[in-house]
Design a protein around this ligand. Structure first.
Ligand SMILES: *Cc1c(COP(=O)(O)O)cnc(C)c1O
Length: 308
């Protein structure tokens, strides 16, 4: 599929790299393509970053038909810009699409489209330490009708945002609270899909935690409320008695690419890693008997984030 480019009349001024925050600034361009049932994906284009025009009846507004990804382009010490395992993101996005009945796409084409977009935005990949260009592909259904059926019209968009640290604490340990009331996801639900609905369901607990002075919520499983699943929107890992322990992918845990990469690195370094069920009782016992050595979250946005 050809990708049509529409140039911006004027390029934006770049923000100060020392105060980027997270997801507040957007680049000059975005990638868009449409999907129509029977026809498939079409009209791939790179256009100036700007608002979308959708019917107020569009499915995404009413029934949450949306999936997304988060990945980063980093500028190396050699000045070169590199993506971190982007084919993993597009593979996962297709798994999310399958779960949410949204149309899948050709991962190789998406990688090509992303590279074309980034080539136009290279100056937006920041140079300062601890900064990167956050890339947000997302897909949603836009059928202009309120009936609940399969989808006939969808859109795929990629926007990019130069970012600094996700947490204002930077690499200082974050405070987390064990959530005992709300659950993020259940087995058989959409926990393993990266979809907006999971975030909508976790917002209440997140807001409550912030009001109490915590940065994130430690999620327990939705059935027994016993096993640790994730921390906020990150996967979670603990070092207990010399071994790295992380919740196994039960279906309600998001299969993080940072998680996968950390597991691979640890094993490569000869550190033992256990992917298994980890109960909150076991964690508390490990705190009490001093065998809990470290705790951290993993995710593209915050990378590796220590828990205090
Ligand atoms: C995206 C995400 C993660 C982390 O996945 P990465 O691929 O490492 O960025 C973890 N948990 C949730 C709920 C997520 O949405």
């Amino acid at each position: 599929m050809e990708i049509k480019v529409t140039k911006a009349a004027e390029l934006k001024q770049k923000p100060n790299e020392d105060a980027l925050g997270f997801g507040q600034y957007f680049t000059d361009y975005m990638f868009v393509m449409d999907w129509t049932k029977g026809e498939g994906w079409h009209d791939a284009r790179i256009v100036p970053y700007g608002n979308l025009s959708l019917s107020p009846a569009a499915t995404v507004f009413h029934y949450g038909a949306e999936i997304f990804e988060g990945m980063k382009a980093y500028r190396g010490v050699d000045g070169k810009v590199r993506l971190f395992r982007p084919e993993e993101n597009f593979k996962r996005m297709n798994n999310s699409a399958e779960r949410m009945s949204l149309p899948q796409f050709d991962g190789d084409f998406m990688l090509e489209a992303l590279e074309k977009l980034l080539t136009m935005e290279l100056d937006w990949v920041p140079h300062a330490p601890n900064t990167s260009l956050y890339i947000r592909p997302f897909e949603f259904a836009v059928d202009p009708q309120l009936g609940v059926h399969g989808y006939n019209n969808c859109m795929f968009v990629i926007i990019c945002s130069p970012v600094g640290n996700y947490y204002k604490e930077g690499l200082a340990p974050v405070k987390i609270v064990i959530e005992t009331e709300d659950v993020r996801a259940v087995r058989g639900g959409t926990g393993y899909a990266k979809c907006g609905g999971n975030y909508a369901a976790s917002q209440r607990a997140g807001t409550r935690a912030e009001e109490q002075g915590y940065s994130q919520v430690l999620w327990l499983d939705g059935v027994e409320r016993r096993y640790i699943e994730e921390v906020g929107s990150m996967n979670v890992m603990f070092k207990i008695a010399g071994k790295v322990v992380t919740p196994k992918l039960t279906g309600s845990v998001l299969p993080g690419i940072t998680r996968k990469s950390c597991i691979e690195l640890c094993k490569n370094w000869g550190v033992e890693v256990e992917e298994r069920l980890l109960s909150v009782d076991e964690l508390i016992a490990a705190i009490e008997d001093g065998t809990l050595e470290e705790a951290w979250g993993t995710g593209t946005a915050a990378v590796v984030s220590p828990i205090g």
